[in-house]
Write a protein that binds this ligand. Structure first.
Ligand SMILES: [Zn+2]
Length: 346
């Protein structure tokens, strides 16, 4: 369990759904009731090097452990939602060439997990599932449409409009980090190789790269407060800003302005009711003075750049599910598939 308490089975509302969130390091699995409350949780190391067939069995094992933790058998659950990093073909249920799961190329992961769990499996992208989790029971729960941006090593995201998750024609909808926000020849290079992408400015990696460049132009005493540049992290910048470093605060708020630029484009295209910011880089969240300034700077940038009708009603919040968002969202995707099948057969 990452952060929440388990909800008691005796008060839970059936049917029950199993979420499986496969990452490069861990498999997280949770049993969730019809209202998104977590009844059981288990995690196992992914052991990616043992290959995808062993991985599919391990995912079923994690799901079984979560079911027992919840006090049910896996067969008591109705549907599994499985989420993985891309690249993937969602309709075919296939992993294609996932960089975080080396050697798992062209693997029919949905059907394999279905075979080992004995349950029908719905398949989705992990960042999109995290968005769905926040939409279902997290910070986005009171809105009809929302966009999640996750700020971590990269910038991920997911888009939900009128209750539906946007998978896209090629299973890669919601790749918000690769939105182009700068077009000059000197624009920063993204991890994907493209130039001027949001991720190159607003990910933890992008912030640290910009800070190290800018550090060359500040007085030595101020630079020394930040420690060796090879050890610099967003957390070190956050602490320094809290202790009064104008440089650290400037770098953090510059990140907010770039984000505001990207979010302005999202508002103009999608007109979502809410923007939710997830991921590890949250500067202490909405209650922290720096986290609060980070949010208000994003809002100012949006107000300066977006059509007033879009910025006026915008809700902007930090995410609330943390590392649980992926498997809770996965279970929610299983629930959606279950509802669709029920309607199709009635
Ligand atoms: Zn990119």
């Amino acid at each position: 369990m990452v952060s929440r308490d388990l909800y008691p089975l005796s008060s839970a509302e059936p049917p029950f759904f199993v979420g499986i969130d496969l990452g490069g390091t861990n498999i997280k699995s949770g049993v969730v009731d019809n209202r998104g409350r977590v009844l059981g949780y288990a995690h196992l190391s992914s052991q990616v090097e043992k290959g995808p067939e062993a991985g599919a069995r391990r995912m079923a094992e994690a799901a079984c452990n979560a079911a027992h933790q919840a006090g049910i058998e896996l067969s008591d659950a109705t549907h599994v939602g499985l989420v993985t990093p891309g690249t993937m073909d969602i309709r075919a249920g296939m992993l294609l060439e996932p960089p975080n799961l080396p050697g798992w190329n062209n693997f029919p992961i949905r059907d394999q997990v279905s075979q080992h769990t004995g349950l029908p499996v719905a398949y989705a992208n992990d960042a999109n599932a995290a968005a769905y989790g926040e939409f279902w029971v997290g910070s986005g729960a009171s809105y009809s449409s929302m966009v999640l941006l996750t700020l971590g090593t990269g910038v991920g995201g997911g888009i939900i409009t009128e209750g539906a998750l946007l998978d896209g024609a090629n299973s890669h909808g919601g790749e918000i980090g690769h939105m182009i926000i700068a077009s000059d020849p000197e624009a920063r290079v993204c991890a994907c190789g493209g130039r001027g992408h949001l991720e190159a400015y607003c990910s933890a990696t992008g912030l640290i790269a910009r800070a190290i460049e800018a550090m060359q132009h500040i007085p030595e005493v101020e630079r020394n407060l930040l420690g060796p540049e090879e050890d610099l992290t967003p957390l070190i910048l956050h602490r320094a800003a809290e202790e009064g470093s104008a440089f650290a605060e400037h770098m953090i708020l510059e990140t907010a302005r770039y984000l505001g630029m990207g979010i302005t484009t999202l508002l103009h295209i999608l007109d979502p009711a809410a923007i939710i910011l997830g991921g590890a880089m949250n500067f202490g969240g909405g209650e922290n003075p720096i986290g609060k300034k980070f949010l208000s700077t994003i809002v100012q940038e949006i107000q300066a750049k977006a059509l007033p009708v879009l910025s006026r009603n915008l809700a902007l919040h930090f995410a609330s599910l943390g590392g649980d968002a992926g498997y809770i969202g996965a279970a929610g995707i299983g629930r959606m598939a279950h509802d669709q099948e029920k309607h199709a057969s009635s």
